[in-house]
Design a protein around this ligand. Sequence first.
Ligand SMILES: Nc1nc2c(ncn2[C@@H]2O[C@H](COP(=O)(O)OP(=O)(O)O)[C@@H](O)[C@H]2O)c(=O)[nH]1
Ligand SMILES: [Mg+2]
Length: 196
Amino acid sequence: MAGSINYQLARFEASYGTVAQLPASTTPEVAVAGRSNVGKSSLLNKLFNRKGLVKVSSTPGKTANINFFDVDGIRFVDLPGYGFAKVSQKEKQRWANLISGYFAQERSFNLVIALVDIRHDAQKLDHEMVGFLRESELPFVVALTKADKLGRSKQMQQAATIAKQLGIDREQVVITSSETGQGIDELRRRIADACL
Ligand SMILES: Nc1nc2c(ncn2[C@@H]2O[C@H](COP(=O)(O)OP(=O)(O)O)[C@@H](O)[C@H]2O)c(=O)[nH]1
Ligand SMILES: [Mg+2]
């Protein structure tokens, strides 16, 4: 449908453990990236309006694969969470290779949603992620997650602080919560603008 994406059509496509397995990019892609436990899977479920489609991990860092979802002809890409401390160095390297390998491919990168926890100052890994996206000239928005944990004025304060720390415009930041649905419509607008 022109002008909107039907999220009712969200379905799991496949899970890949190596970059070589990834199928060619044939549709617009929206990738979700961020630290382990930042809320990637929860945000995708909220976008899709489907509670269990994306596995929310109680043991953080379990998403060791790249997962593809198809939504009305748009491919959503759940990237492995980086920076999870409790896996081996070798496993960390494998995840890093998956992420950089995905972005090194010839693909239709319509939008990257970079997730950052609203409660904290931007961390080293957040800086690395945004720095990489900027240097690669990939189109991205920063979604601040878990906004329900803060009051409205603190949310606005943190959004301004984190944008400044990351060196991006405030307009490139969307305040979200997978608990309350805050910011989900705004994120859908950004996705539609980038993909349709
Ligand atoms: N309060 C709150 N908790 C959240 C939110 N998003 C995720 N969580 C919780 O944070 C934890 C990690 O979420 P998950 O989606 O698995 O993160 P991922 O590792 O980045 O995919 C889970 O316990 C979620 O329930 C949110 O918007 N608000
Ligand atoms: Mg996850």
